[in-house]
Design a protein around this ligand. Structure first.
Ligand code: LLP
Length: 438
């Protein structure tokens, strides 16, 4: 339900609002969220999972992974649209609660949660704390006992599957910081330990295998390994584990070469996988949950920049490259520099009939790696004052923004039906100076 379009003069509009109006009102760089697009995708995931799993286990729950992008306004959409929320820190948890997400629908993650974060989660009454280490089992249980509550927990398992984009690797062992190793026996030790603590209610196992995944084969292996463990534990300990969580990671299209799967395809395939594995294991299908972040947030948003200087640099072999500088850069989108991510760009403020010239969109920071879009054909007449839109920046851009070079972080605005609403205000130089101890 994207509402981004070009008006008669060739300028970009969102929800009927011309980008020039947004730039005038809120300044640039600016993250512009197409509210209906975000919410229709969130709802599509919720419905697809509810439907695909309805007959198997009464429906599956979709936890929006708030690390992709969260603000109180976004949490409000999540609450209104009936999703759950995955948080990875006390700060994300706080925003979820402020937005009115029911505590019972919130999960708290993290491999090194502070006591304070755990206490906040317990006092709010979150639906699950996803325990990530053997030590943490006792910490959560002790803090729950002090408060006279029972903490619902899931155990995050390292299943030995690593999935990225178009492939996955299944190994016996994974060398990474998250979770309780299945192959190494930590997962089973954790279950025994957690079941021995009456202050904990063990809901089941969780695994997250990676991000920007197009090949769902990795989920087949992770679901199989989780459900085998699930069955073994139920038999050996004589308990019933009501849930299993398969994590997030569904890929989005950053360029025309990426072919993302629709929510119904993902939900349908995962339901098939879970149904088959439970049949093979001879167990009842537990309640399933998933945690997509990027797939909901990324496509809903573009970053609006103003073009400043441009220069043409001669390359070997007689070719040249044009550098188009914008008023932000790696401080509002670190993904190009950090992950070699691909983005595209388009002139947003007007149409141009000028021929396309191979261009590199760069920021204003003191680093040559400060690239936003590595290669894009932009019109030859691109010049200072033009507005440039970089689409697909709704996930892990504002949430990973920095103040490098003492640059204030951009505002985030949601647009819908001809009106705009601030989600996060722009940082000011005064905000940054206020942090300086003098
Ligand atoms: N659940 C867990 C436990 C996670 O660790 C993550 C992401 C998600 C869900 C959501 O994954 P998604 O559906 O968004 O792929 N900064 C990186 C991505 C890091 C993802 C970390 N965990 C990036 O910009 O690509």
């Amino acid at each position: 339900a994207r509402t981004v379009a070009r008006d008669a003069a060739g300028a970009l509009t969102v929800g009927g609002v011309p980008v020039a109006d947004l730039a005038r009102t809120f300044g640039t760089p600016l993250f512009v969220v197409d509210e209906l697009d975000f919410r229709s995708r969130a709802t599509a995931f919720r419905n697809a999972f509810a439907d695909a799993f309805a007959d198997l286990c009464g429906g599956a729950d979709v936890y929006y992974a708030s690390k992709a992008f969260i603000a109180t306004g976004v949490a409000r959409w999540i609450a209104e649209d009936g999703l759950h929320l995955d948080t990875a820190s006390g700060g994300e948890l706080e925003l979820g609660l402020r937005g009115g997400v029911l505590p019972g629908r919130i999960a708290l993650h993290g491999n090194n949660k502070s006591r304070r974060e755990i206490v906040t989660a317990l006092e709010a009454g979150v639906g699950r704390i996803v325990v990530d280490s053997l030590e943490e089992i006792d910490v959560v249980a002790d803090l729950a006992r002090e408060r006279g509550v029972v903490a619902p927990v899931m155990l995050r398992v390292t299943v030995g599957v690593e999935a990225h984009t178009h492939q996955y690797i299944a190994t016996a062992h994974e060398d990474q910081k998250f979770g309780l190793s299945l192959a190494g026996g930590a997962a089973e030790a954790a279950v025994a330990k957690a079941l021995s603590r009456p202050e904990l209610q063990v809901l089941g196992f969780h695994s997250h295998i990676g991000s920007q995944i197009f090949d769902l084969g990795g989920f087949e292996v992770s679901a199989r390994r989780l459900l085998e463990l699930h069955r073994r534990v139920e038999r050996e300990h004589g308990v019933e584990l009501p849930e299993i969580d398969l994590g997030g990671g569904y890929g989005v299209a950053y360029t025309s070469e990426d072919k993302p799967l629709a929510p119904v395809e993902i939900a349908g395939r995962l339901a098939e996988i879970v149904a088959r594995e439970c049949l093979v294991q001879g167990i009842a299908v537990p309640r399933v949950s998933v945690e997509p972040g990027r797939a909901i947030a990324a496509p809903s948003t573009f970053t609006l920049y103003e073009v400043g200087t441009t220069k043409v640099v001669d390359l070997d072999g007689g070719t040249s490259r044009r550098y188009v500088s914008v008023d932000g850069g790696m401080s509002d989108n670190i993904r190009t520099a950090l992950y070699d991510a691909d983005y595209s760009a388009t002139i947003a403020s007007r149409a141009s009939a000028a021929p396309g010239v191979l261009s590199r969109v760069v920021g204003k920071h003191c680093e040559s790696g400060d690239v936003v879009v590595r290669d894009e054909f932009l019109p030859a007449d691109t010049s200072a004052g033009d507005l440039l839109a970089v689409p697909g920046t709704g996930a892990y851009c504002r949430s990973m923004a920095s103040n490098y070079n003492q640059v204030p972080r951009p505002a985030v605005v949601a647009v819908r039906d001809g009106s705009s609403k601030l989600l996060v205000r722009r940082e000011t130089p005064e905000d940054l100076l206020a942090l300086d101890a003098g």
